[in-house]
Design a protein around this ligand. Structure first.
Ligand SMILES: [Zn+2]
Length: 223
């Protein structure tokens, strides 16, 4: 099977309905557990190949992905393109979130990687992008170190929030598949209005503790 539709992608992950606080700070009604995505490399391979083919014309010299899933993907795409592979790690602020705060997560390049990115054209990839928290953080970190992030890519793009961000920053976007997605600011969330219990799916176990702890929980739909 080589179909690379959103429906085919969603068969590779575990989705569930509810009321979720996402890494970006938005609320959403769908959570995708992306941990099984790379469990069967053969099944995700057509999506990876499609993304690599879409990124190839951008002539990058590296592919960078946020840990965890984005980095697994970045490694595969970098291998396909025969370019460097980089990753960023999430750091959540130790201070409690103000109500309604968005995009609090920061993404850091490891020092040994940060020292080699200056002036390089780079693609940023993640398995799924919705609000784009992880890719926004990766974009900011790459720019801060003098890299030139020219394209963002994802196997599945949900909704338009992340799409708008990269359009505003004149960064190309390559999506293997796309689907609609309802994402709300907390103050405008209909599930909050209905009194549905909120599940925080992005808060790392380390939040409020040692900010240097590695990320523990998968985001999704990512940020
Ligand atoms: Zn809500």
């Amino acid at each position: 099977m080589s179909e690379t539709t959103a429906a085919a992608f969603l068969e590779l992950v575990a989705g569930r309905r509810g009321h979720f606080r996402l890494e970006s700070g938005h609320h959403g009604g769908l959570w995708l557990d992306l941990d099984p995505l790379f469990a069967e490399p053969r099944r995700v391979a057509p999506f990876v190949a499609a993304l690599a083919a879409a990124i190839r014309p951008h002539a990058v010299s590296a592919v960078c992905g946020p840990l965890l899933g984005g980095a697994f993907l970045a490694q595969l795409v970098a291998h396909a393109l025969d370019v460097e592979f980089w990753f960023t790690e999430r750091v959540m602020p130790a201070t409690p979130a103000a109500p309604g705060a968005l995009y609090r997560a920061r993404y850091r390049l490891p020092p040994a990687v940060a020292s080699r990115v200056r002036a390089k054209r780079v693609a940023m990839v993640d398995d799924v992008m919705s609000a784009g928290s992880a890719l926004r953080g990766t974009f900011a970190e790459l720019r801060a170190h003098g890299a030139e992030p020219v394209v963002a890519g994802a196997l599945l793009v949900l909704g338009t929030t992340g799409v708008s961000f990269f359009a505003e920053h004149r960064v190309a976007l390559e999506a293997v598949s796309r689907d609609e997605y309802d994402l709300w600011l907390p103050a405008a969330c209909p599930l909050c209005a209905a009194g549905a219990p909120l599940e925080d799916v992005a808060a790392p176990a380390s939040e409020g503790a040692d900010a240097c702890d590695p990320p523990r929980s998968r985001k999704s739909p990512p940020p």
